[in-house]
Structures are given as structure tokens and as C-alpha cells.
Design a protein around this ligand. Structure first.
Ligand code: C2E
Ligand code: MG
Ligand code: MG
Length: 604
């Protein structure tokens, strides 16, 4: 680097300038315009690197600072060289055109940022401004070394896009890359696969590590996991590069595979990751084992958006956790559709009660001795405007979760009681049928069931003896306080309480007999156990158990109803065992109220 003038060209460099700073007045301009030795000296000594370039693009003058920047050992003098070559102003056509226009004196100043080789050998970022010099046959190129600024910017960007704990790209950079991958993949004919894949990973039990061993150890574990993930990504490197490993926050990581070839490739990657994490981590002598759950999504970029892909990955990760952790799970569109339906159903429940979208079906409860109709069970259905007729297993649990069961249950109770009363009035000559209504646990807890029942009986005029309420074992087990009082009040009113699906829980009969319960409904599983038929040499174990149960129930003053009676053989055996009532497809499926009316009319 030399600040000495360049030998024979010095005269040209000194005499050339018609340098008019923009801030000078018109009268001053006349004075300033006159070329003179002062201007030349100022140009030469200015700390900012400057070049003067003739209309032909050849450098005609360079100051000391410019030479210090650009004139390295082995490079010839600056004067006489083509500026565009030296400063890379000809490589892209737009810059080339704009530069030419300035040279011809037809355009305002032009600015470009270029990475140049410094005379000392290292590279520098330079802001080049090309300004016309009116009245002179030259243009002025001033060069600004902005390397420090660029370095600072790059440093800032690195900080903004990387996670300090693991040094991995962070969420921001991950989304930038993901968005970029989807946009790039959308252009056809680039030779890429047009697909993208994602492994979304969450450590199992990381919170426990943090809580018991401290954040310090937690951080070191995360850094060690990051290292192994990076190694896995390296192993999975393919033609267009290795998958991007990012920390999305907490103990969540992602591996983004651009140009993926299919689910198999992503599954392989997930398997490699699980394998890599299997080996315990040695954190300064402390051995720690962790596992991870991974959600895997792979799809055509045409069908993907960053948010959609992340949502799918999130759902899939949740499945991996729910399915038992320490595994990878592949996104399953059908399973997702069920989840979405569930959500749609859940949000539609409350308004559906108001819109009257529910209907009741009634299933006969038959005396086993003579096949006579004793009562009916009211079973709710949802006439869903979009999904059609839905059975209760699709929505009762959801209604219990969000509490809408209280409102729905009240509607069921009211409708069933009104119907039972209507049958009683319409068929005065036959023994009236009772109606059995299912009651959810939350109805006992979250609403005043006793008041509801009393009001509905009064409003419909249905005698309390014609109402039976079915509760599950779990609802009545351990009943103390409010629920027990409710059961007692209902029973005192004359309403019968039945235990539904009996035998699936853990209740014991002796305990139940102390509650105000009068009917046991044996779960269908017991009746199904009868399949072997009467010809079997020994009675199947189920039959023996049922027989013992029925006898005990009778001794405790309870009557027994068998659910899911489907064959004559089952009905026979149940009758011989002493079971009182049967319900099932053998007698009738759940049917509309009108069909029950017909049955009653036939009995006359
Ligand atoms: P659940 O109270 O045990 O009702 C009996 C279920 O068994 C009914 O299913 C019925 O259609 C079915 N079933 C009857 N006979 C047979 C048979 O012979 N074979 C077979 N395989 N199944 C038979 P459904 O209508 O789908 O109701 C399912 C469950 O939904 C009910 O079981 C009950 O727990 C609940 N549920 C129905 N309606 C209501 C309601 O209004 N409120 C509440 N909280 N739960 C209800
Ligand atoms: Mg029931
Ligand atoms: Mg049942």
C-alpha cells in the first residue's frame, strides 16, 4: 500500500477535477469551478478513496486513499485501467447500463455495494458512488469502506437468527428457510424434487432434568443433543445439502429436509435421530439418558404452507407423545381428519341444542319371562347438518368435557318424559311403559338434577315411577355429600336408579346395595361371553359369574337387566339364570318413538 502519487500520471490527476460540492452557491461555483492546484491537492489528500474516470470508462485519476485501497503489489497503476473491471460494475446488465448512462452524463449518481479485494489481500465491502461531474469529461467514483458496518450487521443477524445455548439456527431462521424452501420448490423445472420434509422433535421428560438438576445442566444437555442432531443431519446429507437443524424453543428441535424424496427418507432420518439419542449423555461425569418423540411430515410443496406444515408436525408430535413417547410417528391424514371432526363437533355442540338438532331413539326393555314390553331406554342421536346422523359415542364424551352435557341432558330428560307421558295417555288400556334416561356424571355434579327432575315430572305429568335414571358405576362409586343426597332425593321421589354398564368398573355389590339403587344393567360383555352355547359340557366361566351376580343382586333387593341380548340362546340362558329384563337387537334396535307407539297399539 503506497500513498505516493503514481509517477507520470500525477499531472493528470492534479489538473483534472472540476469538483463542485453541491452545497456551494452559484457565485461561489464560478470561483470553485476554476481548476487549480488547490483542488487537485484536496482530491489527492482526501481521506476517502476517489477515482476519476473518463467517458470511455478508463481511470484518469486516483487519489492516495484509492491507491491505498486498491493498488496492491503486483497490480499495475490504477490510471489507465477500466474502472468497471476493477470495481465489478459490469457483471450485471442493469448496473452496467446505469453506469454507462452516468458516464455519458445522462444520469444522476449511481450507488452500488461491492465486495473487493483490499490491496493488503483481505476482502472489504465497499460502497461505490458514481457521480457525474458537470462541465467536465469525467465522472467521480468515491469509495466508502463499509466493512465494519457489514460485519456488525452480520453479527447482529447471527445473534438474531441463532440460539445462544445450542448455537443452532433459531425459530426465526428456521421459518425463513422453510418459507424459502416452499417458495423455491414452487418453481418447476429446477431439477428439485418439489417436496419438503420435517422432523419435529421434543425431548421426553426434559422438564424433570431442568427441575431436579437445574437449568445449567438442562442447557448443557440441550447443547449436547444439538450436537448429535447436527451429526445426524450430516449423515443425511444429500445432493442439495444437509437438513437444517434448528432449536425452536425449550426442548423442541426441528430438522428441515429440503428436496426430500418421500416419507421413507424422513422416517430414516427420524430413526437415526432416535438411535443417536439412545446413548446416555456424559455431562462432566454425570450420565443422563433422554429420549425424544418425533412428529414426521413429508409433502409436496404445492400442498404446503409454513403454518400448515408446522401445525401438521405439531399434531403428529402430539400423537407420538400420546402413543407412548420415545418414538417417531408419521402424519396420518385420516387420523387428522378425525381430530378436525372432533373439534368441529365440539364447537358445534352448544348451538346444536338450541337449534334442536338432537333426536331420541328408544330401545325396548323386555321382561325375559314372557317377552313383554316393560320400558324403553332413551338414546340420543345428533342430526348433524354436515356429518349426518351421529351416535352418542361420537359426541357424549365431548359434551361431558365442555359441560354442554348439562344442557343436552336436560333436553333429553324433558323430551323422554314428555314422550313417556304421551304414550301413557294414548294407550290407557295397557300397562304403561317406563322410560330409562342416561345421566352423565357432570349432570349430578354441575346442575341441580333433583330440581330439574321434579320440575320436568310436574310439567309433563309423568308419574315418578315411570322414570328410571341410568348412571355409570363411576358416577355413583364413592358417592358422598351432594351426589349421594341427590340420589337419595330422587329415590325418595319415586324415581328408580339403575347402574349402567355394570361389571366394567370396580364397584362391589354390597356397597351398591347401600346406595339408593334398584336396578343393575349388566354390561354387554358378560352376555357376549355366553357364546359357547348350552351344549358345552361345562358352563363357561362368564355364565357362572353372571349367575352368582344375579343371585346376589336379588338377595340385595336389586333387579337385573342384561344388555346386548342378540340371540335366542343368550335370552334362554339369562332367563334360566334368573335375570329379570333384557335389552338388545334380539328384541329390537333403538327405534323412533312412532315405532314404540305401534308396538303399544299392537298389544291392545
Ligand atoms: P348404553 O346406555 O349402555 O346404551 C346401550 C347401547 O348399546 C346403545 O348404543 C345401544 O344402541 C347399544 N345396544 C343395544 N342393544 C345392543 C345389542 O344387542 N348389541 C350391541 N352391540 N349393541 C346394542 P348407543 O345408542 O350408541 O349409545 C351408546 C352410549 O351412549 C349409551 O350406552 C350411553 O352410555 C350413552 N348415551 C346415549 N344416550 C345418552 C344420553 O342421552 N345421555 C348420556 N349421558 N349418555 C347417553
Ligand atoms: Mg344406558
Ligand atoms: Mg349400558
Amino acid at each position: 500500500m503506497s500513498a505516493q502519487p503514481e509517477g507520470p500520471t500525477t499531472a493528470a490527476e492534479v489538473s483534472a477535477p472540476d469538483l463542485r460540492p453541491k452545497f456551494i452557491t452559484e457565485s461561489e461555483r464560478v470561483r470553485e469551478c476554476r481548476p487549480g492546484p488547490v483542488h487537485g491537492a484536496a482530491f489527492l489528500a482526501a481521506p476517502q478513496p476517489m477515482l476519476l474516470v473518463g467517458r470511455d470508462g478508463v481511470i484518469v485519476g486516483a487519489n492516495a486513499a484509492a491507491r491505498a485501497l486498491l493498488h496492491g503489489e503486483g497490480t499495475g497503476p490504477l490510471v489507465g485501467r477500466v474502472a468497471a473491471d476493477l470495481l465489478d460494475l459490469g457483471s450485471d446488465p442493469r448496473t452496467q447500463d446505469a453506469y454507462r448512462e452516468v458516464l455519458r452524463g445522462r444520469q444522476a449518481p449511481l450507488g452500488r455495494t461491492r465486495r473487493l479485494k483490499h490491496a493488503a489481500g483481505h476482502s472489504v465491502w465497499v460502497r461505490i458512488t458514481v457521480s457525474p461531474v458537470p462541465g467536465a469529461e469525467v465522472v467521480l467514483l468515491s469509495l466508502n469502506d463499509i466493512s465494519a458496518h457489514r460485519d456488525l450487521q452480520a453479527g447482529l443477524r447471527h445473534l438474531q437468527t441463532h440460539d445462544p445455548v445450542t448455537r443452532l439456527p433459531n425459530r426465526a431462521l428456521f421459518f425463513e428457510r422453510l418459507t424459502g424452501a416452499l417458495e423455491a420448490g414452487a418453481y418447476e423445472g429446477t431439477g428439485a424434487t418439489g417436496r419438503v420434509g420435517l422432523c419435529y422433535l421434543d425431548l421426553d421428560g426434559f422438564k424433570a432434568v431442568n427441575d431436579t438438576l437445574g437449568h445449567h445442566v438442562g442447557d448443557r444437555l440441550l447443547a449436547a443433543v444439538a450436537e448429535r442432531l447436527t451429526h445426524c443431519a450430516d449423515l443425511a446429507r444429500h445432493a442439495t445439502g444437509a437438513p437444517l437443524v434448528a432449536r425452536l424453543g425449550g426442548d423442541e428441535f426441528a430438522l428441515l429436509m429440503e428436496d426430500s424424496t418421500g416419507t421413507e427418507q424422513l422416517a430414516d432420518l427420524a430413526e437415526t435421530v432416535l438411535e443417536a439419542l439412545r446413548e446416555p449423555f456424559d455431562l462432566s461425569g454425570q450420565l443422563l439418558s433422554v429420549s425424544a418423540s418425533i412428529g414426521v411430515v413429508e409433502r409436496d410443496v404445492a400442498d404446503a404452507s409454513p403454518m400448515g406444515l408446522m401445525q401438521a408436525a405439531d399434531t403428529t408430535l402430539y400423537w407420538a407423545k400420546a402413543d407412548g413417547k420415545a418414538r417417531w410417528t408419521l402424519f396420518d391424514p385420516e387420523r387428522n381428519a378425525r381430530r378436525v371432526t372432533r373439534q368441529a363437533l365440539s364447537s358445534g355442540l352448544r348451538p346444536a341444542v338450541e337449534r334442536d338438532e338432537f333426536v331420541l331413539a328408544y330401545q325396548p326393555l323386555v321382561r325375559l319371562e314372557d317377552g313383554g314390553l316393560r320400558g324403553v331406554e332413551a338414546l340420543v342421536r345428533w342430526r348433524h347438518p354436515e356429518f349426518g346422523l351421529l351416535t352418542p359415542n361420537r359426541f357424549i364424551a365431548l359434551a361431558e368435557e365442555d359441560g354442554s352435557i348439562v344442557q343436552l341432558g336436560r333436553w333429553v330428560l324433558e323430551t323422554a318424559c314428555r314422550q313417556a307421558r304421551a304414550w301413557q295417555l294414548a294407550h290407557p288400556d295397557v300397562a304403561p311403559v317406563f322410560v330409562s334416561v342416561n345421566v352423565a356424571v357432570r349432570q349430578v355434579w354441575d346442575s341441580d338434577l333433583v330440581a330439574d327432575v321434579a320440575r320436568i315430572l310436574a310439567e309433563t305429568g309423568l308419574p315418578a315411577e315411570l322414570l328410571q335414571l341410568e348412571l355409570t358405576e363411576s358416577a355413583v362409586m364413592g358417592s358422598t355429600g351432594r351426589p349421594l343426597r341427590a340420589l337419595q332425593d330422587l329415590s325418595d321421589m319415586g324415581v328408580r336408579i339403575a347402574i349402567d354398564d355394570f361389571g366394567t368398573g370396580y364397584s362391589n355389590l354390597a356397597y351398591l346395595s347401600r346406595l339408593p339403587v334398584s336396578v343393575l344393567k349388566l354390561d354387554g360383555a358378560f352376555v357376549r361371553g355366553f357364546e359357547d352355547g348350552a351344549s358345552a359340557p361345562t358352563e363357561p366361566a362368564d355364565a357362572l359369574i353372571v349367575e352368582a351376580m344375579v343371585q346376589l343382586a336379588h338377595r340385595l333387593g336389586l333387579t337385573v337387566t342384561a344388555e346386548c341380548v342378540e340371540t335366542l340362546d343368550q335370552a334362554d340362558r339369562l332367563r334360566r339364570i334368573g335375570c329379570d329384563t333384557g335389552q338388545g337387537y334380539l328384541y329390537s334396535r333403538p327405534v323412533a318413538a312412532e315405532r314404540i307407539s305401534e308396538l303399544l297399539a299392537e298389544r291392545r
